[in-house]
Design a protein around this ligand. Structure first.
Ligand code: CU
Length: 329
């Protein structure tokens, strides 16, 4: 008995130590935005406007409704079990329909769903209503990695793979979330993602920005976010896409505008890529127009000379039928 008591004491102390360690590590982890936290039960901390809206929808619309419905149903169950059990209610009523009750339990849920739909559709619409994008990234899902391309900045596609476990441990980044070549975007700017896949269906999902968009072969889906803080954000493929589905994480590095421009340059791109291309095209067009004008002028001069020759010939053979006349035209 004494041993049991001591064991119990040790056990409680151990549990308390474990709890405080968990709380401590929880506190340490809480400062890390953009990745899951041990023991976390809520949604990941928001780092983009739509994720804040998703939080509001979850915390203030769905959770209260779910809680009230659950408590109501629990209360009804308890009431029925106590009030209408065989002992308390030996002779049950014989009726089987009650119009008033049926209207209430049909109309009630319909109204609740309609109320939820207002907020749900508003959020859904906000995802499709993409503001003018500052940066466009084409995301392509492959078995089993991601391709990122910045077509408007001249950054050609590069492939982002899972960071191997030993390297992740060495760098102190989360294994299975960290990537070797992350997507890089500027902070505070509207980033539009055009999402597609090359083999099977994948899905771009990143909790901190509230992203979840299917990557479907032969189809372009769009989504967007505006990162509110610099940092590293992690997500994962969210469509069962084959044996290495768990090994194709999404890592987005949010950096300052200057750092972003540096990064674009290091990738062989340029912030003025589109303007440069347009200027180049305009220059080529202008040169072509100039050459065409020169050719036309030369041709006109040649034609004039020919006409003069023909005129001379026509004067010489003026007595002949007007066979030469069409040639002179
Ligand atoms: Cu996938």
């Amino acid at each position: 008995m004494k041993n049991w008591g001591m064991g119990m004491g040790k056990g409680i102390a151990g549990l308390m130590a474990l709890a405080s360690a968990t709380m401590l590590s929880g506190a340490a982890w809480a400062s890390t935005v953009g990745q899951p936290t041990p023991g976390g039960i809520g949604l990941q901390e928001a780092a983009s406007p739509l994720k804040h809206d998703a939080h509001f929808f979850h915390d203030w619309i769905l959770m209260p409704i779910i809680t009230v419905i659950t408590l109501l149903v629990l209360g009804l169950l308890i009431w029925v079990m106590i009030r209408y059990n065989k002992r308390a209610n030996p002779t049950p009523a014989k009726w089987s329909h009650n119009t008033t009750v049926e209207i209430i339990w049909t109309l009630g849920p319909v109204l609740i769903l309609a109320f939820i739909a207002v907020f749900s559709f508003r959020l859904l619409y906000a995802y499709s209503d993409i503001p003018d994008p500052d940066v466009t990234v084409k995301v392509t899902g492959y078995q089993w990695n991601w391709g990122y391309e910045y077509p408007e900045l001249g950054v050609s596609e590069y492939v982002s793979n899972l960071l191997p476990e030993d390297e992740a441990r060495a760098q102190g980044v989360p294994y299975l979330l960290a990537a070797d070549e992350p997507m890089v975007v500027p902070v505070g700017q509207v980033v539009r993602l055009t999402v597609t896949a090359a083999d099977v269906i994948h899905a771009v999902a990143l909790p901190a920005f509230g992203l979840k968009t299917d990557a479907v072969p032969g189809r372009i889906n769009e989504t967007w976010f505006r990162a509110e803080r610099t940092g590293v954000y992690y997500g994962q493929c969210s469509e069962l896409c084959g044996v290495n589905h768990a090994y194709m994480p999404l890592q987005i590095n949010v950096v300052t505008q200057a750092e972003f421009e540096q990064w674009v340059a290091s990738r062989g791109g340029s912030m003025t890529f589109l303007a440069d291309q347009a200027a180049e095209a305009a220059a080529v067009e202008a040169a072509a127009a100039e050459a065409a004008a020169a050719t036309a002028a030369a041709e006109a001069a040649a034609a004039e000379g020919e006409a003069a020759e023909v005129d001379a010939a026509a004067t010489e053979t003026a007595t002949e039928p007007p066979a030469a006349a069409p040639a002179a035209q």
